[in-house]
Design a protein around this ligand. Structure first.
Ligand code: GS8
Length: 215
């Protein structure tokens, strides 16, 4: 029985899990959740994700939610196929993957997700006026995080080392969205960050998954 991923292609967090499934060449079935219809708030989906959010993954008697936990599960379960995203065969490398997985969740995501919300959800989907105060504040904080990335990426090709890993992959969806907004200038101003983004976003899997995010 193949794994089932419940979500929507344009959802950043669904895209994060999709990118991992694809990089690991895992067999899975995608089940569209009708977000506009509020399906994700109904009991059937709440049983999969008690927060009423997407994505969720069902693999036999295992039901998971939180896209980063889903992707780590998939990357571990399929450690012998596709891209080696966790570097489990090398203690130091896998430790560095864990560091930058946390950095994405604890330092990067808290500042980029409000920017995605203002520009993409408020601005493009709801056609309202984005909150310029939030944009200014979060852009400044994201810039400081990107300064750390610039220094790191001047020493290694990817965040955890000279190999593409799940830590890089986790950045894909939110960064893809902000690249379609004025926030792009923060990346263009930092050459190593810009080169890193060009590299990771041009991977075949990255192109396939971000193509599905266009709305
Ligand atoms: N930390 C969680 C966030 C899930 C989430 O916010 N999902 C959004 C769509 S993706 O941006 C969602 O379900 N939004 C619908 C809603 O908020 O009602 C994860 O990584 O899975």
């Amino acid at each position: 029985m193949a794994m089932k991923l419940y979500g929507a292609p344009m959802s950043s967090c669904t895209a994060r899990a999709l990118a991992c499934l694809e990089e690991k060449e895992a067999k899975y079935e995608f089940v569209l959740v009708n977000l506009p219809g509020g399906e994700h708030k109904q009991p059937t989906h709440l049983a999969k994700n008690p927060f009423g959010l997407i994505p969720a993954l069902v693999d036999g008697d295992v039901t998971l939610f939180e896209s980063r936990a889903v992707s780590k599960y998939v990357a571990k379960k399929h450690k012998h196929s596709g891209t080696d995203l966790l570097r489990l065969g090398n203690e130091k490398e896998s430790a560095m993957v864990e560091v930058w997985l946390e950095v994405e969740g604890q330092q990067y995501s808290p500042h980029i997700s409000p920017l995605v919300y203002q520009y993409i959800v408020v601005g493009e989907i709801y056609k309202q006026t984005p909150d310029e105060k939030v944009i200014a504040e979060e852009s400044e904080k994201l810039g400081k995080v990107l300064d750390v990335y610039e220094a790191r990426l001047s020493k290694s090709k990817y965040l955890a080392g000279d190999f593409y890993s799940l830590a890089d992959l986790h950045h894909l969806p939110y960064t893809y969205y902000v690249m379609t907004t004025p926030v792009k200038k923060l990346y263009d101003a930092r050459p190593h960050v810009k080169a890193w983004w060009t590299d990771i976003s041009s991977r075949p899997v990255s192109k396939k998954v971000t193509a599905g995010m266009k709305h």
